[in-house]
Design a protein. Structure first.
Length: 138
């Protein structure tokens, strides 16, 4: 199955609003953010580029002291808002902070930045450098 044609930024990502982050799994050089919520959907955002964490006016990047704790501190909060656009990348907002996926070009190692899947209707999206909301990383 391929990503839907006519993709509109934030259309799929915004479906995470109201979903609870229940798991953060570090898998070698990536992280999986798992959600549950008000529907039968069990979305997973696979971040092939590690996201940044914004909390209390502080920005934590991968490798910073407290980074993993800062990311896990969003468990079990619900997503309150999302944003997806060029120059911003992907942004999941929670009470008191946000998870942001917008790497620098030199931080992109593979062909993909992230993948959102796990919706019962089969919808999914894969973000790549130079495409969609990451066209600024071309």
């Amino acid at each position: 199955m391929s990503a839907p044609s006519g993709y509109r930024p934030n259309e799929l990502l915004s479906r995470l609003i109201g979903f609870r982050l229940f798991s953060v799994q570090f898998v070698m050089d990536s992280v999986q953010l798992r959600f549950d919520g008000p529907t039968d959907d069990l979305p997973v955002l696979n971040c092939d580029v590690l996201p940044s964490v914004e909390r209390a006016g502080e920005l934590l990047s991968p490798g910073d002291l407290g980074y993993a704790d800062g990311l896990c501190a969003f468990i079990p909060q619900c997503v309150e808002a999302t944003a997806e656009r060029t120059g911003v990348g992907l942004r999941l907002e929670f009470d008191g902070g946000a998870i942001v996926v917008h790497p620098r070009r030199e931080d992109v190692i593979g062909a993909e930045i992230g993948l959102l899947e796990g919706f019962t209707d089969g919808r999914w999206m894969c973000w790549r450098p130079g495409e969609d909301s990451f066209e600024d990383l071309a």
